[in-house]
Design a protein around this ligand. Structure first.
Ligand SMILES: [Mn+2]
Length: 350
């Protein structure tokens, strides 16, 4: 496995130098943030980013994310033009040496939480999701700001999007995903770039919008649409794990054995009720997931893809981007590295 860390670019309060100093850290996970969704990432911009990352002594191997335009998910409007742009992005990133592209297919909202700064027992703060709180929210009232929300949407944009999604049920969303995959995966193969879809977070429909990358059954269906190693997964333990119906170690074992996991997001969550959870520190004893069992499943299947610690809590008075501070993610990194070293030494493989 190769340890990696998400970085939001030069205005991220966490610097490349900070990340470089985390033991055994190899690689940066980043993206180009100043190009509108759906447009082409020019080679020059990609190469500039690569240069900045490599100058810090870290590798530039993984992009998270190349976002998918809503027209593609809806199957309307300029879908074909946006898919052509997406292909150009895959080709350009391949030329720059990128190995894995993470993306998701969640309508309108990316990851969603009811609160970003919930104080935990030890005084740290974390992201939490309580379904009863989310049920009280009305995204069309424009009074909320959720983290996974593209803040460039106006109230009118959102109303229009919601109206369009009224015509898109889960099966229609599958159809649009299939159309997209059949176009882009051959390009990913030619470019030597593995596509890695991120599961929906949380793995159930919210605000009446369909979500489909949610369960083992659905992931099986996804992988069969294009049966290629280049059509793979970002297996996010916290996203899938917030559904008690998902057995994460078993899913990791199965998909790693199939060579379809290219990127792992590792974090722990504590299930607190029906469709409700709190993000916690990474170690198994803090949450509902057995992180050692998950790492063991990767190890036993000779996993050589990328792992990054996912969201961390805010600790030691750090301020910054919710979920993406330095300290707790650095602790998570060394925890992950420690488990991996133990597995290597226990099983006597290098
Ligand atoms: Mn994730």
């Amino acid at each position: 496995m190769k340890l990696s860390f998400r970085w939001y670019g030069l205005d991220d309060p966490v610097t490349l130098q900070n990340i470089r100093q985390i033991p055994t850290m190899e690689s940066i996970v980043t993206a180009i943030y100043d190009v509108p969704v759906g447009e082409v990432w020019e080679m020059e911009k990609i190469n500039d980013l690569k240069q900045v990352v490599e100058d810090s002594g870290l590798k530039f191997d993984v992009i998270e994310s190349v976002p998918v335009h809503e027209d593609i998910k809806l199957g309307i409007g300029k879908r074909d033009e946006y898919i052509e742009n997406y292909k150009t992005n895959i080709r350009n990133l391949g030329k720059a040496g990128i190995e894995v592209i993470c993306y998701n297919f969640m309508p309108v909202f990316d990851w969603t939480r009811s609160e970003l700064n919930k104080e935990l027992e030890d005084g740290s703060t974390a992201l939490v999701y309580y379904q009863d709180e989310v049920d009280k929210m009305d995204p069309l009232k424009g009074e909320l700001s959720l983290p996974g929300w593209d803040s460039s949407y106006t109230k009118e944009d959102l109303e229009e999007l919601f109206a369009e999604y009224k015509k898109v049920d889960k099966e229609k969303l599958w159809e649009n995903l299939e159309y997209f995959l059949k176009e882009i995966i051959p390009v990913a193969e030619e470019s030597g770039v593995k596509m890695a879809i991120h599961p929906d977070d949380p793995p159930w429909s919210i605000f009446g919008l369909p979500r489909i990358i949610t369960t083992e059954e659905n992931i099986d269906r996804f992988l069969k649409i294009v049966d290629s190693e280049y059509n793979g997964l970002t297996l996010c333990t916290g996203s899938l794990g917030s559904g008690s119906f998902n057995d994460i170690p078993a899913m990791v074992d199965k998909y790693a054995a199939m060579n379809r996991i290219h990127f792992m997001h590792i974090r722990n969550i504590k299930l607190t009720g029906e469709r409700s959870f709190e993000e916690t520190a990474h170690p198994s004893s803090y949450g509902s997931l057995d992180i050692v069992k998950i790492m063991e499943a990767l190890y036993k299947n000779d996993f050589d893809g990328y792992i990054r610690p996912d969201h961390g809590r805010m600790i030691w008075d750090e301020t910054g981007r919710p979920g993406y501070g330095l300290y707790d993610r650095a602790l998570g990194s060394t925890y992950i590295a420690g488990i991996w070293e133990t597995l290597e030494k226990t099983y006597n493989k290098e």
